[in-house]
Design a protein around this ligand. Structure first.
Ligand code: HEM
Length: 135
């Protein structure tokens, strides 16, 4: 691709998305993320019958957007998607942990991992549901 794409004007901060290597890098992290999830006995069952290619596409868009990439997530609302699955705090934490692992394995710097996971953790109220009495 472009070998000399590193020149940036001084006052233009590089997004985390660019810093990690853009779309191919994020897509690779998301691939690894779902390998870890499907390998986890606590989580595999949730994904039974889910079309993984579509899921990975959406997740790649979402993570790209969170990292400041020029990508807009246009999938369904996270609350709608996860509703009725009985996702616990523990399951959420396990999924978030796999995201950290996938990012770490890819050599992403800790500050970027931190920002990404903090943003993703903000989705918890839309995703976790069996800790509250009423839905
Ligand atoms: C950590 C934060 C999470 C984020 C940001 C997230 C994000 C997403 C996104 C973007 C999709 C695709 C939406 C679409 O197809 O339109 C999705 C689908 C899905 N997620 Fe999550 N998710 C998270 C946590 C979890 C957890 C903890 C579980 C279960 C343990 C889970 C289970 C699922 C399943 C089963 C689907 C597929 C739903 C379907 O297609 O019917 N997610 N998620």
């Amino acid at each position: 691709m472009n070998a000399n794409r590193d020149e940036q004007s001084d006052n233009q901060a590089r997004s985390d998305y660019d810093a990690v290597g853009g779309r191919p890098a994020v897509a690779a992290v998301v691939d690894r993320f779902y390998v870890l999830i499907l390998d986890d006995d606590r989580l595999r069952g949730y994904f039974d019958g889910v079309e993984m290619d579509r899921l990975k596409r959406h997740q790649t868009a979402l993570v790209s957007q969170v990292m400041g990439g020029p990508v807009e997530y246009s999938g369904r609302q996270l609350r709608t998607v996860h509703q009725g699955k009985g996702i616990s705090t523990d399951a959420f934490a396990a999924v978030a942990g796999h995201l950290v692992t996938a990012l770490t394995e890819a050599g992403v710097e800790p500050a970027i991992i931190d920002r990404t996971v903090t943003a993703v953790a903000g989705t918890a109220p839309d995703i976790i549901e069996n800790d509250t009495a009423a839905g």
